[in-house]
Design a protein. Structure first.
Lengths: 259, 256
């Protein structure tokens, strides 16, 4: 029997809490020192003690991540629409998009940091480069997968280009776009963190990656875990936002959201 | 307002060199209901697409109301073999689509769509999504969308082929009812001899590869037609005539 997709919320909650409990018990009963593996309670305490600096860094990382994701969404969708309308444009530009996608971001980041004055802007660019390809490529496939009979129907009724885009292409591409967004959401966060590692930035305008780096220099393992916890929470939150978005936009009609 | 369809020596070859239709000529009077019958792959659907202006003839001409099919101003509707509904829009907005494309306001288009849905007894499902409908309901929605523009020409490409017989009979009667109200020129492609004879005033039998016109048979039963007609001896005799022509069409296929 296939399990219901709308599994009750308590299943993952109980699983997560049990894991934390086992972790806590193992660390305490074996007397594992906190510089090797801090107990969850100590991580929470460290988070609380460093709340101001971690919160500022968290906000910065969130800003970079969502800024990059927004740019990726705009850039990816607009470029995909342009490619769908003009085959020549696609032939000319798609190879660049692929080249950008296959080059590891850590390899380009130092160059971007040299060329772009503002560190914030270069981090944004790095995270954007990582995040935009899945949106571009998925949206393009979505635009191309529109029902050929519906295409004929619009031709028969004399629809112009924009009407075709509005009534057929965009809705057809939406499930694909959302699948791309689910991937890109995680990638934007990875891009934001990795680019900051590459930048080795320090100072006020820095994110969680800098806090992790600083803590590692001082072997403050609990603080590394505390910053890492915030990174993980952000990633999970992004996942949930895209999931809710998918359910809201596709819930009534797309098979992927019908459980 | 219905429009005449005039096909003159129509040839259609596709880019890959496949010839689908050869030398097809016929004239369909305004308001006539014609069935286009023939074995699979004989070019029926291609011919319908030529009339719709979705394909250009390689030679010959296709005229609708005296104009080239691709440049016509006459309103034309097409019902596909699949319901071909937008899954992301509800029934009402699906039916309203042709009017929205023509520039109607959302409110006006929806009001007209609701009327068209009422005509196919689907008004109570106006807010449902296509995925929530049965096969027969989806097809009724598709027909409502075709009729909402009050077309001069109505083209149907085996619309009921995938439905069970009970639903098909019901939809045949519904379609005839709608046709008698709006009186568009109708071309109905089908595999079924009984369906062709029951619906139409004239059966065109196609056959051969590339497809040609094999027989042009009038069907003289009165309209509107009652379901009881399906059981009358004269109906079955007419079906026999069409069946004989279809046999000739198949023979033509073997010769080519």
């Amino acid at each position: 029997m296939i399990e219901s997709r709308r599994a009750p919320v308590w299943v993952p909650a109980v699983a997560g809490l049990s894991l934390l409990l086992v972790w806590e018990v193992v660390v305490r009963s074996r007397g594992i020192p906190s510089f090797i593996l801090p107990a969850p309670s100590l991580i929470v305490k460290t988070l609380w003690d460093n709340l101001d600096s971690l919160l500022a860094a968290w906000l910065f990382t969130i800003k970079i991540t969502f800024g990059a994701l927004l740019l990726a969404l705009l850039g990816g969708v607009l470029l995909a629409c342009a490619f769908a309308l003009s085959r020549t444009l696609e032939l000319a530009l798609f190879p660049f998009a692929i080249a950008l996608q296959v080059t590891p971001i850590v390899a380009i980041a130092p160059l971007i940091l040299i060329y772009v004055d503002s560190t914030t802007a270069s981090l944004l660019i790095c995270a954007f480069i990582v995040a935009f390809f899945p949106i571009l490529s998925n949206t393009l496939i979505g635009l191309r997968s529109a029902d050929p009979n519906l295409h004929d129907l619009l031709t028969l009724y004399g629809a112009n280009r924009w009407q075709r885009l509005r009534w057929l292409l965009i809705p057809s591409a939406l499930p694909y776009l959302i699948a791309g967004l689910k991937i890109s959401g995680g990638l934007a966060l990875i891009g934001a963190v990795v680019a900051e590692f590459a930048a080795g930035a320090a100072g006020r305008e820095t994110g969680l990656a800098s806090r992790i780096l600083e803590a590692s220099f001082r072997t403050e393992i609990p603080k590394m875990y505390a910053a890492l916890t915030l990174v993980v929470l952000t990633g999970v939150a992004i996942y949930w936002v895209t999931k809710i978005l998918a359910r809201t936009l596709l819930g009534r009609w797309h098979p992927s959201e019908q459980g | 307002m219905s429009a005449a369809i005039e096909l003159t020596a129509v040839d259609k070859r596709f880019d890959k060199g496949v010839a689908a239709v050869r030398g097809f000529s016929t004239t369909i009077a305004p308001g006539q209901f014609v069935a286009l019958l023939g074995p699979s792959g004989c070019g029926k659907s291609t011919l319908l697409r030529l009339i719709a202006g979705l394909e250009r003839p390689s030679a010959g001409s296709v005229q609708i109301g005296g104009e080239q099919a691709a440049q016509r101003v006459a309103a034309m509707s097409f019902v596909f073999q699949e319901p071909t509904l937008m899954p992301w829009a509800n029934v009402l907005d699906n039916v309203a689509l042709p009017l929205r494309i023509a520039g109607a306001s959302r409110k006006g288009a929806r009001a007209a769509a609701l009327q068209a849905l009422a005509a196919v007894a689907l008004a109570d499902r106006a807010r449902a999504y296509p995925a929530e409908l049965s096969g027969g309901m989806k097809m009724r929605c598709s027909i409502a969308r075709a009729l909402v523009t009050r077309p001069s020409v109505l083209l149907l490409d085996e619309p009921f082929a995938a439905l069970d017989e009970i639903t098909r009979h019901r939809l045949n009667d519904d379609l005839l009812g709608q046709w008698s109200v709006q009186a568009p020129t109708a071309v109905f492609v089908t595999h079924s001899i009984f369906e062709a004879v029951y619906l139409s005033q004239r059966v065109l039998v196609m056959g051969g590869r590339p497809g040609r016109l094999i027989a042009d048979l009038p069907v003289s039963f009165d309209t509107p037609r009652a379901p009881a007609l399906r059981l009358e001896a004269s109906f079955l005799q007419q079906c026999q005539l069409v069946s004989d022509a279809l046999e000739r069409a198949k023979a033509a296929e073997l010769l080519t």
